[in-house]
Design a protein around this ligand. Structure first.
Ligand SMILES: *Cc1c(COP(=O)(O)O)cnc(C)c1O
Length: 369
């Protein structure tokens, strides 16, 4: 048996999708066509926000969110170091300085540590809903209000996730989502989308993504070229129809793994569950001992795994140059040496999941049910 991490080609074969893309090709309105506005309306509905703005990636969504909030040189943005590099990269691109706070056992920002890293320069908090599990937004927003900080959510991995019934992307001033092929709601290339309840922020974002243009010829400020392609908007709307199904399958797969892998001892730690959240399992991240050996063992048996992410951002070269070093974020660093991501995609069969779990248990010679 073979278990691949993803099965993308399988997702993009429906004649109905090809017909929708063909329609965009036939009409020729490739930039900011009507499909973009249609997708934005649908996405705002999903997130229960007043507005959504399509852009060309979540990286740009994060960057433009910070820009729209007036964050730039001299400002500090508090985020986590166990995310994809783009989270901190967007802060740096905006000219601001990323400040890292440690995470909790749920892989998310530890709100109890936030007040300790706030300085006179802090302007924003940028939590990440890592793995598709919502960060503790109640506690994060409380700290933000107390210190008059804005909150930008990196929801790139968490489309459709909710906390106490409220969708991610609707808690902070702005939410940022990715439509990258690897994400739960994906397109055939790059794409991203922002959510907000503020008409002012929406207008700034709409101008920022299109050179600052407020009409055909005039700008009030310089902007960027970061639009969601019309073709990708059509693909996003098409895939949005099956998002609930995709999420349900991922949640089902996670439940199966949980049961098959739960056992005594520390060799395998299953992902944390939050009873107040709908987790969407963009990734299924376990913690293991003897990780390198296990990866090789699985790989020899045709099981593909990944590590998200092996090097915490604060230990990357540009952050080391700012003075960050090993020991600064003990929980983040401990997890980075133990985490392993198992395949969880919607096309996996139960037999494949049983095979993965049995192979892991066999490696540790564990007895589980
Ligand atoms: C994927 C990802 C991004 C970047 O998304 P792109 O659309 O590829 O730019 C940012 N943050 C997190 C947490 C991600 O997983």
């Amino acid at each position: 048996m073979q278990v691949s991490y993803l099965d993308l080609p399988r997702q993009f074969t429906d004649p109905e999708l090809l017909r929708l893309v063909g329609g965009v090709l036939a009409r020729g309105q490739f930039v900011l066509g009507p499909e973009v506005a249609a997708f934005e309306a649908e996405f705002a509905g999903l997130c229960q926000t007043r507005f959504a703005v399509g852009v060309n990636s979540a990286t740009d969504a994060l960057f433009l969110a910070l820009k729209s909030l007036g964050i730039g040189p001299g400002d500090e943005v508090i985020t986590v170091a166990n995310s994809f590099i783009a989270t901190a990269g967007a802060v740096a691109a905006a000219g601001a300085t990323p400040k890292f706070v440690d995470v909790g056992p749920d892989y998310n920002m530890n709100p109890e540590l936030l007040e300790g890293v706030i300085t006179a320069r802090t302007r924003a908090i940028l939590p990440v809903h890592l793995t598709g599990n919502p960060a503790d937004m109640g506690a994060i927003i409380r700290v933000a209000r107390k210190y008059s900080l804005v909150v930008v959510e990196d929801a790139a991995q968490a489309v459709g996730a909710t906390l106490n019934g409220q969708p991610v992307g609707s808690f902070g001033e702005v939410g940022c989502f990715s439509l990258h092929p690897l994400k739960n709601l994906n397109v055939a290339g790059d794409g991203g989308v922002l959510t907000t309840n503020s008409p002012e922020i929406t207008q700034r974002l709409v101008h920022l993504r299109n050179h600052g243009l407020k009409n055909r010829d005039e700008i009030d400020f310089f902007g960027y070229n970061s639009r969601l392609d019309t073709i990708q908007a059509a693909v996003a709307s098409y895939n949005l129809r099956s998002l609930d199904e995709v999420t349900a399958k991922r949640v089902h797969n996670a439940g199966l793994y949980d049961r098959l892998l739960a056992g005594p001892g520390d060799e395998v730690v299953i992902p944390p569950r939050n009873p107040n959240a709908q987790q969407v399992f963009h990734t299924y991240v376990i913690q293991v001992e003897r990780r390198q050996e296990l990866i090789a063992y699985l790989s020899e048996r045709q099981i593909e795994t990944k590590i998200h992410y092996p090097i915490p951002i604060h230990l990357q070269a540009p952050c080391r140059a700012m003075g960050w070093q090993a020991g600064c974020l003990p929980e983040t660093e401990k997890q980075a040496s133990r985490i392993l991501t198992l395949p969880i995609h919607q096309y996996l069969t139960e037999a494949q999941i049983r095979y993965v779990a049995a192979t892991i248990n066999e490696f540790y010679e564990r007895q589980t049910h």
